[in-house]
Design a protein around this ligand. Structure first.
Ligand code: FES
Length: 104
């Protein structure tokens, strides 16, 4: 599937994402060496993988852990998501995500 990531300089990266490797968006960004830290390793505990959903891709409901983390994060918008909580699957083909600014 295709995943578009807009980096913090506004550059669009259209990435090929495998659906059979049990990966999430945070891991995909790291695999392509985009500047996503993913400090907690995908546990919804750091928000360094925060991004904004810019396509109308239907995503699964956010977990309580994700909502709690976003409650404490910086630069949160209504369309904020944690990249590590978005599994790569056929359903998200064509998704467009913009990386949130890095919190100091
Ligand atoms: Fe830490 Fe996603 S990698 S919240």
């Amino acid at each position: 599937i295709k995943v578009t990531i807009i980096d913090r300089e506004g550059v669009e990266h259209v990435l090929d994402a495998p659906t059979d490797m049990n990966m999430n968006i945070m891991e995909l960004c790291k695999a392509y060496e985009l500047p996503v830290k993913g400090e907690c390793g995908g546990m919804a505990m750091c928000a360094t993988c925060q991004c904004y959903l810019e396509s109308d891709t239907p995503l699964a409901e956010q977990s309580d852990a994700e909502l709690d983390m976003l409650d404490q994060a910086f630069y949160v918008k209504p369309n904020s998501r944690l990249g590590c909580q978005i599994p790569i699957s056929e359903e998200i083909d064509g998704i467009v995500l913009r990386l949130a600014p890095e919190a100091e």
